[in-house]
Design a binder for this molecule. Sequence first.
Ligand code: C5P
Length: 408
Amino acid sequence: MLNGKRILLGVTGGIAAYKSPLLVREFVKAGAEVQVVMTRSAAQFVTPLALATVSKREVVSEMFPRPDDPNSTSWTKHIDLGMWADIMLVAPATAHTLARIAHGFADDMLTSLALALRCPLALAPAMDVDMFLNKTTQQNIDILKESGCFVIDPEEGELASGLVGPGRLPEIDRLVAFVDGILEKIHRDLSGKSILVTAGPTQEPIDPVRYIGNRSSGKMGFAIANAAALRGAEVTLVSGPVYLRTPRSVRRIDVSTAEEMNTAVHLEFENVDAVIMSAAVADYTVANPVNKKIKRETMPGDELTLTLKKNPDILKSLGEKKQNRVLVGFALETDDGIKNAKEKLRRKNLDLIVLNNPNEPGAGFNSDTNVVTFLTPAGQAEHLPLMSKFDVANRILDRVKSTLTWLT
Ligand code: C5P
């Protein structure tokens, strides 16, 4: 995958930076073009000259052009390079740079680039064991993972300080395989396509403080939105209430009730090529929610009866006006899965239904993995093995892409 690819290699100021010329050499040997971006402190461990020599390109570090350099007149290099690259890898990534990227700092070329990128951002944290295990660093890594960055865990072993534990930069061949694996998953094959994704639960109010909801975490839908954006699609994510960060380059619309989701989805529908409804939309809402908190002392008797009414079936109404758009639905079934999913596929006029069972090991709410079966109007059921939600997302997008190609 590396042949002909453009790699931005960010090098930050940790001892493992001394390995970066070897990494550049391996990328170049595999046919990639490499542009090195260094932080100021990285130059304490490895010289810009060494990196410029192996990459055959001037190393960039500062944001602003130097007055004495006639070639460095552009101050939009961070934008230009952000558009140039197929992937950016920061290796080694120090605790400081992880923190800066996680919180959106843009105080040098490397962090500005990380913000301006249109391609995947991969990170290889490497530092001393206590800095790595520090709660703040771990929280920053979680933030970065949630917002769609790829993170390779450091290896365990003896560190420069003499301490032993996780923190070593992985060997060069593992870093090369890591980048290769990301590029294999992420071709920009959906650029020019517009995809609407729904995610999360809905909340149907009973009174101003209570609601009827469900256990959906939104992780599956957010993984789809992230994967689609990384593959170049323009992504709108309509999300119910969740505790997840918006993936990079995704436009997010927050809603609360099924009715609000219905309105938002129908407004967006005209402008999209595909809709992937992974939201767990409540089938029923409270018929007459009250605007004052219900108090048990003032209610007569021992029972409280709520009257529920059916919510609109959003996906079914999209199916009725879909024309040449691709429609994907989810079916969460605990029994008779295939039969029920086939029936839903037909009733909602879908191109694909993704069947999952929350009781299966590795599947279900809040898990980072899923076990799904694909069903199409024509095809056989395809059972996928246990895989990450990100990988499931890419398999769904492969199906969306082939249906879109077939439709046009
Ligand atoms: O019929 P069922 O609710 O099981 O169908 C699930 C699929 O339909 C999911 O893709 C879900 O997002 C969608 N759905 C919907 N509107 C509803 C209920 C479910 O669009 N009111």
